[in-house]
Design a protein around this ligand. Structure first.
Ligand code: SF4
Ligand code: SF4
Length: 381
């Protein structure tokens, strides 16, 4: 497993994580098999939003002896109504379902308490007004949760939560189809079959959210990485050809601030398949050409695909662009962590010898040489 820092939490998350939703309704034996396989592969992040007691207890039982090896995202606001899962902004209901999670998982703490499904201003207003935000931060103060986070599909609301300092981590829907959808699209619109939904370019609100999270030290875990399988399907992909699982994972992991991709698994084999990403050649992970063929990429704005490698000067061109884009948000106040990350690169922009080979290979005509010079000026190397 490869581990990444999760924002400023001081925690390291495996890049391949686990969303537990597909374990709902499954026999205990299968749940145990999937969790054991995840543990063997070094998966250490699990999202568990389901409010049902049976699946919670089964997961708790399967985690016996392994609880310390998993960091769990538990939802605040995911509840059951008439036997089905629903969303509540009522403090008592949030409290009841969250606190039920602890005995079910046979644990005394949850690593991340996540405000659930924060997609609208109304949801945010209710979390603030109804005492749910205060409740979560009190849980943190008491050591019941270690960090406060939120799940969201809406970049504008997610941004507000980051700017308010309300959250330390964010679980966000990240895939190239969503990244090319309008920022105010609802989750239903995002999953609609309407190809007219897509805008011509990467949505700047999503890109700027990722950059802001990196700047503010808010780590991102990803959901909907495969767009419910649509990106893998020739019939349903919005692009001219499907992407592979590895390319989808790589796309999400290439966004700034992203630490882990929380895929859902229904068998140990599916975990093996996801973890195959860890051994892939760069060429297998490269998604740049597929996105460009879809005609949706804005010329000149780096999408961190690494299609331009190799560089004779040993520069990781995508990473330099990632840190440069964050620095451009506020050149006078580049976060020390970003400077540190840049300094730890094998070679910075100053090493560029202007050979131009990367610009020939870049599918979207990024002015790499010019950008390398700008990075060298900002970061001093
Ligand atoms: S132009 Fe600069 S960054 Fe691009 S491949 Fe050549 S040396 Fe590397
Ligand atoms: S410069 Fe072009 S090819 Fe290289 S990472 Fe950026 S978008 Fe991809």
């Amino acid at each position: 497993m490869i581990y990444r820092e999760l924002g400023s939490t001081g925690l390291k998350a495996g890049v391949i994580g686990m969303g537990a939703e597909h374990l709902e309704g499954k026999p205990f034996g299968l749940i145990e098999e999937v969790i054991s396989a995840a543990n063997r592969k070094g998966v250490n992040m699990m999202d568990l939003f389901m409010p049902g007691m049976e699946v919670r207890r089964d997961i708790g039982r399967a985690l016996r002896g392994m609880r310390g090896q998993f960091m769990i995202q538990g939802s605040i606001g995911s509840v059951e109504e008439n036997g089905q899962y629903s969303i509540s902004r009522d403090l008592d209901a949030c409290r009841r379902y969250f606190e039920d999670l602890l005995p079910a998982l046979e644990t005394d703490h949850i690593d991340f308490g996540m405000f659930f499904f924060m997609d609208t201003q109304d949801a945010l207003d209710q979390v603030m007004k109804n005492g749910i935000a205060d409740y979560a931060w009190k849980l943190k103060q008491d050591g019941v949760i270690r960090h406060v986070g939120a799940t969201s599909h809406n970049p504008l609301i997610a941004r507000r939560m980051v700017e308010m300092g309300l959250i330390e981590t964010l679980m966000f829907s990240v895939n190239p189809a969503f990244d090319m959808s309008p920022s105010d699209a609802t989750i239903d619109m995002l999953f609609s079959e309407n190809p007219g939904l897509r805008t011509a370019n990467m949505d700047s609100a999503r890109m700027s959210l990722y950059l802001l999270c990196e700047q503010k030290g808010v780590g991102i875990t990803c959901m909907k990485t495969l767009c419910a399988g649509k990106l893998l399907s020739k019939e349903h992909t919005p692009f001219t050809s499907p992407l592979s699982v590895g390319q989808c994972i790589h796309y999400a992991l290439s966004r700034p601030a992203v630490a882990s991709v929380m895929l859902g698994y229904q068998s140990a084999g599916e975990i093996e398949e996801a973890c195959r990403y860890l051994a892939m050649e760069e060429s297998e992970k490269d998604y740049g050409a597929v996105l460009k063929a879809g005609g949706n990429l804005i010329d000149g704005a780096c999408v961190y695909c690494s299609h331009c490698q190799p560089c004779p000067a040993g520069i990781d061109i995508a990473s330099v662009h990632r840190y440069l884009d964050i620095a451009r948000l506020d050149k006078a106040h580049v976060p020390p962590s970003v400077r540190q990350h840049y300094a730890s690169l094998k070679a910075g922009g100053r090493a560029c010898v202007s050979c131009g080979s990367c610009e020939d290979r870049c599918p979207i005509h990024v002015q790499v040489i010019q950008n390398m010079a700008e990075a060298a000026e900002i970061f001093g190397s």
